[in-house]
Design a protein around this ligand. Sequence first.
Ligand code: PEP
Ligand code: MG
Length: 909
Amino acid sequence: MKKFFYTFGNGEAEGKASMRDLLGGKGANLAEMNRIGVPVPPGVTITTDVCTLFTERGSEETMQMIWSDLEKSIHHIEQLTHTIFGDKENPCLVSVRSGARVSMPGMMDTILNLGLNDQAVEGLAKKTGNERFAWDSYRRFIQMYGDVVMGLKPESKEDIDPFEEIIEAKKEEKQVSCDNDLTTDDLKALVTAFKEAIYQRLGEHFPTDPWQQLKGAIEAVFKSWMNDRAILYRRLHQFPAEWGTAVNIQAMVFGNMGDNSATGVAFTRDAATGENLFNGEYLVNAQGEDVVAGTRTPQQITKIGSQRWAELQEVDEATRASQYPSLEEAMPKIYNELDAVQQRLEDHYCDMQDLEFTIQEGKLWILQTRNGKRTGPAMVKIALDLMDEGKITEKEAVMSVDPAKLDELLHPVFKQEAVAKAEQIGKGLPASPGAATGQVVFFADEVAKYEKAILVRIETSPEDLEGMHLAQGILTARGGMTSHAAVVARGMGKCCISGAGDIHINYKNRSFKAEGCEMKEGEWISIDGSTGLVYKGMVATKAPTVDGNFARLMAMSDKYSEMKVRTNADSPRDAQIARDFGAQGIGLCRTEHMFFDGERIKVMREMILAKDVEGRCKALNKLLPFQREDFEGILKAMEGYGVTIRLLDPPLHEFVPHQEAQQRELSEELGITMEEIQNTIHNLEEFNPMLGHRGCRLGNTYPEITEMQARAIIEATIQLKKEGVDARPEIMVPLIGTVKELEMQVDIIHATAKKVFEESGMEVDYQVGTMIEIPRAALTADKVAEVADFFSFGTNDLTQMTFGYSRDDVSKFLPIYLEKGLLKNDPFEVLDQEGVGQLVRMGTEKGRSTKPNLKVGICGEHGGEPSSVMFCNTVGMDYVSCSPYRVPIARLAAAHAMITQKKRVNETK
Ligand code: PEP
Ligand code: MG
């Protein structure tokens, strides 16, 4: 019989940190904290296996299976807290929280104070001698349970939460501004009003039996694993549904028992910048969600944090010290304890921790710890600092940076001169750095309507996840540095300003008022997540300058990787950018991109419209100098490294004009009739251009095109050699399916080179290879390798042809396939290792079987995607090639791949 429940409490635990797959991150860490003596309220974790059972067999059967264990676990909590679940006089109250192996914002989060009902609340009041606290806890419980378990939500998105509406009405009636100013009688009235609202709107009574409450809460956690938001989050992060979530049931401790109680959230280092500074927020006489929800202004934990906050918010020192003192100042003894715990936790986990704590009548409790989410720059800084502090090794530092997060270090920033001219309309907390410009949108489900949107909300919630992901940036009026918006945005690497108090949002009018202006939906604003400043209109951005940490990390990565990283670049400028990011060569130069500029496209069209070989050659001769110049530039920019230049690939139809006006212009220029032009264009039309007259089929039917391109490459190399430049061209034939197709191209290239050598009296080195992008080429790779110096896997086409999905039409069904779980990922983004990967592996192995030193690389989009890079490493590729800005990502992923691979080999030894 499997064990489904793992208890913890009083310094003992059945689980431990390494059991996160079974206990979820939260459960595993609660157990671990018990083991290392951190004060944690007792509780129990229901394993992720139960979630899987729940999804497969449904609620009734699962609940029956676990019920007696559940009763025993609650008894464990009762014994350690000397309370009784469901008792009228001495009630045992618990929290119920979800906890997957990675934290997932889309899921049901927390129910607090479960176990209260009309009798138990009286008992709690009597036992604690604190009637207000008891009723405050009860109203919070009904509010949370009514929302997340029973589903009482706002009727429309413009409406506010129904419970908040009742509270607001009460506050207005009593003329108070803060929840904490409501009296016990007011809270009692809220309880009645909440229960009435639930009954009226949902037609069911609020459950009074604590066991029924508990069952409802557990079911809600398991169900939330399969809700749309959680599914979306998993999809974005490529987490499988099979993981499931655990449920944690834990004895309550109360931060709302008066002025010597509090609750807060803290980070052992700065999650936005990585600075080694303990920081966080807390609220006196408050419970759980209050800090994150941002309904009251949270106070800072440390004095230095508080002073920085005051400076940003333009609060003077006297007001700060009296109204918003830090925990360090307000409760120094507890602060010292917390400081010691945070240090201990960071040392224990060897990583930056994000922790939740509650202070109940002067006693500190830790409710959660986890590795904190952080921005890309913070991730790099923390990894290097921890290494420098001797807490982790160099290898661990490399492994602790997620390659995908490096992208954030390369995000644009505002141009200084543009900022100086921009009109500032608001100010908030710099919650997640970066610069973003977009149109104002108030509702997450409308973000997709705009190409660039800034999501402006009073505060965000897990429902807004998809919109946050699509938006350029997020601006909230409420909430601190630990608000939902701030934490999620940092995790996504999205620019965010939180708590911009001078921004007053009116959802109904779809506008917000800010300093001296009103901004309506659709109007443009710009936000700077590094300074917290909001500007009217669009502010120009520029590429960032990467700092020393970045360079250091890259150098460290290169020590561990074996695969090289090249870039896909078609211009000297892109080649230079990529080289600055550490690219060691060009893996794909798509020559067709060079034909679109100014004069060139005209000559190209002349070539396409030519009636015979002679006419084509005439036009190609005009193209030759352009091509030579392009190749000189690009080979020079990559001096000393291989540059793979691909011969013309796309169907010719892509180069001809489709609008009548342009056709007319061409007709006048070339002296050809409109009719002739339109006839040729019509003749170039294909039913299936991707499978039509393209790739090497062009060069094999019009050899003069290959001749011209080969000549341009060889002449450019000779010219560079004369200048003393070490140019290393690799000529690549696209889209071959049979070895004969390649042979014909290779012959043309060699013959052309020979001719050029004779003409110039000089020889240069060059290689000739091929793309492997048609399944047949992979299947016959042993033969193909006999005539190729190198292979480059074109996994864009290889995916297209292996799946039979048209690259150009896939968007019609792919989103639905992803939603229905028919596909885990977009195979054009993440290499399908199971299917397409087999062809890549087979192609490499077969190729090397006839040519052992065959150079193999990849140049499809997958060359910059971390999991695909890992795969390429296991296949034994020499290099991956990706767009310039993805080069650092691929370099780090290549190091991860090698470290992981070596670890696996060692483990199996
Ligand atoms: C490929 O097919 O993977 C490739 C790199 O070529 P293109 O995307 O230009 O077809
Ligand atoms: Mg291709």
